[in-house]
Design a protein around this ligand. Structure first.
Ligand SMILES: NC(=O)c1ccc[n+]([C@@H]2O[C@H](COP(=O)([O-])OP(=O)(O)OC[C@H]3O[C@@H](n4cnc5c(N)ncnc54)[C@H](OP(=O)(O)O)[C@@H]3O)[C@@H](O)[C@H]2O)c1
Length: 322
């Protein structure tokens, strides 16, 4: 595993990180989830990405990961970067989501309880809140650092204008925005088209991108339909059949391109994200140990050459509207 510096911070992150959005909730195969975590760590994945609401039910991914961390990883805590986030819909009532100090700091306390940890390494504002002043949300992140409950803070999915403003506000509070987390894949090049990746590179802020396989679409599984057990076939999955259908033509073209470049479409997809100069780490998901191994093997595949990158641009150009 190679480790890349997260912007100009002291933090090094593995090129591939593991996320727990799906596959670690109470409805999932927990013995397999435990093996996935253990295998990832054995292969050098030192960064585990969570959020308050991952499951389902919301919170259950943190509970399950907390149990596995206590039982299997207790002596490895200082070798791990554990992140969590707050901002999406989490509990009932007016304080259960968005960007108030109340929500962020209560949520962080709840996450620490579920994770059975005294602190997380990175705490994110999971999304911008249109109705709360940025100063308030950023003050909650600063408090998280000053109280020792988070070592670093980051922002996720903020549009460029708000991101720039938030970074400045945080700096004024003596806290660096160390990392930004956007979606990024061959099928979703929004942060590239919006100039966000260039801004992060120029400002030396780390960029940890998520869903490099576009939730599994950038694998061979959906070329001929929706296979049983896949995310698009599961009622609790966030991938809709219509999303898959809308991309199928592109997927077939990308699949042919990968074959021409003598690599799997999954490896092409993961290495596409890692080819951008701004990207620190790409966060994958895995439902089985075999999927995890396959994704990590991307790091041993040849790097994408300029002809392949140009062909990708033609099939799936960077568009602002994604
Ligand atoms: N900040 C945010 O707002 C945000 C939002 C979303 C995600 N994230 C983070 O990013 C992480 C990764 O997201 P993601 O799970 O969408 O990532 P992804 O790597 O794009 O998709 C992972 C899914 O692809 C399928 N897959 C993986 N390897 C495969 C293989 N070799 N063959 C066939 N199918 C394969 C599996 O789904 P099947 O069940 O279909 O097999 C797997 O669960 C999340 O866990 C979370 O930590 C953050």
């Amino acid at each position: 595993m190679n480790y890349r510096r997260c912007g100009d911070s002291g933090l090094l992150l593995p090129e591939i990180s593991l996320g727990f959005w799906h596959n670690f909730g109470h409805h999932d195969d927990l013995p397999e989830a435990r093996q996935i975590m253990r295998r990832a760590f054995d292969r050098g994945v030192t960064h585990f990405d969570l959020a308050n609401n991952y499951g389902p039910p919301a919170g259950s991914a943190e509970e399950n990961v907390g149990r596995i961390l206590a039982e299997d990883f207790a002596c490895h805590r200082d070798e791990l970067i554990i992140t969590t986030k707050a901002g999406h819909d989490m509990w009932v009532g007016p304080y259960g989501e968005w960007g108030s100090r109340k929500h962020l700091l209560a949520s962080l306390d709840q996450s620490l309880k579920r994770l059975r940890l005294p602190y997380v390494d990175i705490f994110y504002s999971h999304r911008p809140d249109p109705d709360t002043r940025l100063e308030e949300t950023m003050s909650a992140l600063a408090t998280a650092v000053h109280s020792g409950k988070a070592l670093y803070v980051g922002l996720s999915k903020y549009p460029l204008k708000q991101l720039k403003k938030a970074v400045k506000i945080l700096a004024g509070m003596g806290v660096r925005c160390v990392v930004y987390q956007p979606p990024y894949s061959i099928l979703n090049r929004w942060p590239e088209a919006e100039g966000i990746l260039d801004y992060l590179h120029d400002e030396k802020i780390g960029s940890v991108v998520f869903s490099p396989l576009a939730q599994g679409m950038l694998t061979p599984k959906y070329l001929e339909g929706i296979p049983e057990g896949s995310r698009a076939a599961r009622p609790e999955g966030f991938l809709q059949e219509e999303q898959v259908a809308a991309q199928q033509k592109k997927l077939r073209k990308l699949s042919k391109l990968a074959a021409k470049a003598e690599m799997s479409i999954n490896h092409m997809a993961i290495n596409f994200t890692l080819a951008h100069k701004a990207v620190t780490s790409s966060i994958i998901g895995a439902r089985t140990v075999a999927q995890l191994d396959d994704s990590l093997d991307a790091l041993e595949a040849p790097k994408l050459n300029s002809a392949t990158l140009k062909a990708i641009d033609k099939i799936a150009p960077a568009l602002k509207s994604e």
